[in-house]
Design a protein around this ligand. Structure first.
Ligand SMILES: C[S@@+](CC[C@H](N)C(=O)[O-])C[C@H]1O[C@@H](n2cnc3c(N)ncnc32)[C@H](O)[C@@H]1O
Length: 239
């Protein structure tokens, strides 16, 4: 059982200036966004063929658009693909799928290498289902989509069965009165230290992940990722 934290480092407030991937158990350096790397065309097109195509990602005014944090998570998955291929996951799950960019990128990455697990994605925002559905369809992949709070209602079916879980949660520290807002605000606003949803996701992940399950989660430094790793280590996870 492994926890991989994708740490998004903020330069000022929560406006990202640099992306680092922390503690990724991978065999090659993480990929950065194309504008941060001098890639030749061959490398660039190889990388782009492994992630969702931004022009095919659907949108809605109330749904979180793929942003630097989404790109960081998708990049971390691509960078870790050799481990993922060896892992041979049977069920992959995303919590808080938004536009569908990340789950689609995971499906494209693994599909590229001939690995076809079952994909399931949840989001609390009802608008997301149509958007993610359009995104996965446009890429010729399939994911079961569920409109629910974290993984509520799925425990009976999925306890101990999820081999890979990916999460780009709402993690931005905000005033408590923004917590509980609906629609697009729920995509980022998450109380003091930005931990109110993260702290609910961790026990849910522990319950759903298989004995060999891996969790990839985006955090800000303000979320105290080392404390999160410590908490998961106490539950028996490596990080
Ligand atoms: C930062 S956005 C990430 C969206 C997408 N995964 C990406 O990386 O572009 C967080 C997502 O989590 C969803 N979300 C917020 N609270 C949630 C909850 N309690 N259960 C499930 N999804 C939730 C939001 O609606 C939003 O789509």
């Amino acid at each position: 059982m492994v926890v991989v934290m994708v740490d998004v480092v903020g330069g000022g407030g929560w406006w990202f200036t640099m992306v680092t991937v922390a503690e990724v158990v991978c065999q090659e350096p993480p990929l950065r966004r194309p504008y941060e790397l001098v890639l030749n065309w061959q490398e660039l097109s190889k990388m782009l063929s492994r992630i969702a195509k931004i022009l095919l990602v659907s949108s809605h005014p109330e749904v979180y658009e793929p942003c630097d944090d989404s790109f960081a998570l998708a990049d971390a998955l691509v960078a870790d693909r050799i481990n993922l291929l060896q892992h041979q996951p049977s069920i992959c799950m995303e919590i808080g799928c938004g536009s569908g960019y990340v789950i689609t990128s995971l499906a494209v990455t693994l599909g590229h290498e001939g690995v076809f697990p079952y994909y399931i994605a949840t989001d609390i925002n009802p608008h997301v289902l149509r958007v993610t559905s359009a995104t996965v369809d446009a890429h010729g992949v399939y994911a079961e989509l569920v409109n629910t709070d974290i993984s509520s209602g799925l425990e009976k079916r999925l306890t101990g069965l999820v081999d890979v879980m990916v999460v780009n949660p709402p993690y931005v520290p905000t005033p408590e009165d923004e917590v509980g807002c609906e629609g697009i605000t729920s995509a980022w606003a998450r109380g003091e230290h930005g931990r109110s949803v993260i702290d609910k996701i961790l026990p849910a992940a522990d319950n759903l992940l298989s004995a060999r399950g891996w969790l990839y989660m985006v955090t800000l430094t303000a979320n105290n990722p080392s404390e999160i790793c410590l908490e998961m280590r106490k539950k028996g996870y490596a990080s």
